[in-house]
Design a protein around this ligand. Structure first.
Ligand code: IPE
Ligand code: IPE
Ligand code: MG
Ligand code: MG
Ligand code: MG
Length: 294
């Protein structure tokens, strides 16, 4: 199921890029740069989760699919900008040279910018005749809010400003909630909303997504410390090098792992409470645990 979702997402992303690139009157370089990072082999977790939450709550996959793709575009924007020399200064992403290494810094910045607006354009273009305007506005609003200074950007600013500073746990929580949690929350809320879930369910899914966002960034902090560059597809040990405030730097490896596991337990309990069984989410947790235990 996870595999089938991934294939569907990859094919649809490619289709969207081909379709819109054709309408562009200027050089195709910017489209090539946008497509480069987006189409590299990522786990597609945000997109898969949007599709799976929609399916679990009785929504249509065909309606959730443009949303899933828009989330991968926003994710790719955040990765391209995160890797820039002025941010984390990374040369490797998804096992390949980072966007600015291939296209230069200026194009990489512009590719990130245009991926944000492309994602929101896809939501509107593909769903405007299918979804009632008020719901669509709500979803587009979630998308825009998440991409900017009330979402990812807020977390990224805090992340950069915390470099080399004294450990501040409240700040650490803030960083993870926004730089990573905001997009996971957006993914799952979009999935719930497109399935016409009730406000109560949307709230519970929001709580689940909040936990997921944190446990995922804790996982990312752990593997940055424990895995090799080859295993990561991105430069290992980067957080220490950049003096980042992470769960590993603040709490140490063992405590970070305990926090990771306790959040998984919390989320398993939420799904049980909602009477939901999901092989896709089980597989995602297994995949993360396997890497944390490597
Ligand atoms: C990397 O996310 C950025 C973080 C929020 C830690 P992923 O680990 O999901 O990256 P891809 O999409 O699989 O490359
Ligand atoms: C992820 O933080 C946050 C975003 C990309 C928005 P990291 O800086 O830890 O992500 P990686 O490790 O470079 O993927
Ligand atoms: Mg970063
Ligand atoms: Mg980084
Ligand atoms: Mg990281």
């Amino acid at each position: 199921m996870f595999k089938e979702y991934k294939i569907l997402i990859n094919e649809t992303l490619k289709k969207y890029f081909d379709e819109y690139k054709q309408n562009s009157s200027y050089s195709s370089k910017i489209w090539d740069s946008m497509a480069y990072t987006t189409l590299l082999d990522g786990k597609r977790l945000r997109a898969v989760m949007c599709l799976e939450i929609a399916r679990l709550l009785g929504g249509k996959t065909s309606y959730a699919l443009p949303l899933a793709c828009s989330l991968e575009m926003m994710h790719a924007y955040s990765l391209i900008h995160d890797d820039l020399p002025s941010m984390d200064n990374d040369d490797l992403r998804r096992g390949k040279p980072t966007n600015h290494k291939v296209y230069g810094e200026a194009i990489a910045i512009l590719a990130g910018d245009s991926l944000i607006s492309f994602g929101s354009q896809i939501i509107i273009d593909k769903l405007k005749d299918l979804v009632e305007p008020k719901k669509l506005l709500d979803i587009v609003n979630d998308y825009n809010k998440t991409a900017g200074a009330l979402g990812i950007v807020a977390g990224q600013v805090a992340d950069i400003e915390a470099e080399g500073k004294e450990i501040d746990i409240e700040n650490l929580k803030y960083i993870h909630k926004y730089k990573t949690g905001a997009l996971f929350k957006c993914s799952m809320l979009m999935g719930a909303k497109i399935a016409n879930a009730t406000a109560d369910i949307v709230e519970k899914i929001g709580e689940y997504a909040d936990n997921f966002g944190v446990l995922f960034q804790v996982y990312d902090d752990i593997i940055d410390y424990t895995l090799t560059t080859d295993e990561l597809g991105k430069t290992a040990g980067k957080d220490k090098l950049n003096k980042k405030l992470t769960y590993v730097s603040a709490w140490g490896l063992e405590k970070a792992k305990n926090i990771f596991y306790s959040l998984i337990d919390k989320n398993r309990a939420i799904l049980t409470e909602l009477n939901i069984k999901s092989k896709v989410f089980d597989d995602i947790y297994d995949m993360l645990i396997k890497k944390v235990e490597k």
